[in-house]
Write a protein that binds this ligand. Structure first.
Ligand SMILES: Cc1cc2nc3c(=O)[nH]c(=O)nc-3n(C[C@H](O)[C@H](O)[C@H](O)COP(=O)(O)O)c2cc1C
Length: 178
């Protein structure tokens, strides 16, 4: 199946997943910056299109580009990959993923979550400041769990693993959105 993988990545985790997936699927791989202004005809030849973006405050960065285009791609296999700092088994991930697509989008797009990590060395200054403010609030929380989250995310870590692309591969090879 001729597959296209498009990604947006700030610190490299999403790019890594997009690369793993493109190698596995023998797909074409592009940074969104290089394809976002392409004519519709560029995408016509692809039977499957995947957009991978990093999570920011429960949303997938630049996902609107994919959602706008995907309305015209309903005959293709479409997947959205959200890459975040939270572990896959974090209950907040399940809640966030339930809200990532509308009911209508769920008919033709399948969404997946892949755990990435945090890389403060590569993060932009606005992102670093946002994280500093968020961690500061969590550290002051009365809730012990929130304080534990704060000490988990206040430094760089890498929990990415190629195994998390397997459900995406199965979907792209197998078929339906169900
Ligand atoms: C401002 C900000 C907000 C974030 N919000 C979330 C979030 O809501 N959920 C999550 O799992 N990770 C969140 N993260 C973590 C990133 O999604 C994570 O570091 C991801 O691996 C970055 O991907 P990248 O390396 O491709 O840029 C946030 C990071 C920043 C800087």
């Amino acid at each position: 199946m001729k597959t296209l993988v498009v990604y947006t990545s700030q610190t490299g985790f999403t790019k890594r997943y997009a690369k793993w997936l493109s190698e596995r699927m023998e797909a074409d791989l592009f940074d969104l910056k290089d394809v976002q202004k392409k004519e519709n005809s560029f995408f016509d030849g692809y039977e499957a299109i995947v957009y991978a973006g990093w999570c920011m405050a429960g949303k997938v960065v630049k996902a609107n580009w994919f959602f706008d285009r995907a309305k015209n791609w309903k005959g293709k296999h479409l997947a959205l990959i959200a890459v975040g700092g939270s572990p896959n088994d974090n209950p907040d991930v399940e809640v966030a993923m339930q809200n990532i697509l509308t009911d209508e989008q769920r008919d033709y797009i399948k969404a997946f979550y892949c755990q990435g990590g945090f890389n403060y060395e590569k993060m932009s200054l606005p992102s670093k400041l946002a994280m500093k403010a968020f961690v500061g609030t969590l550290k002051k929380s009365k809730d012990e769990k929130e304080r534990a989250v704060a000490s988990f995310i206040d430094h760089s870590y890498d929990i990415s693993d190629i195994k998390f692309i397997e459900p995406v591969v199965a979907y792209l090879q197998g078929g339906s959105v169900a």
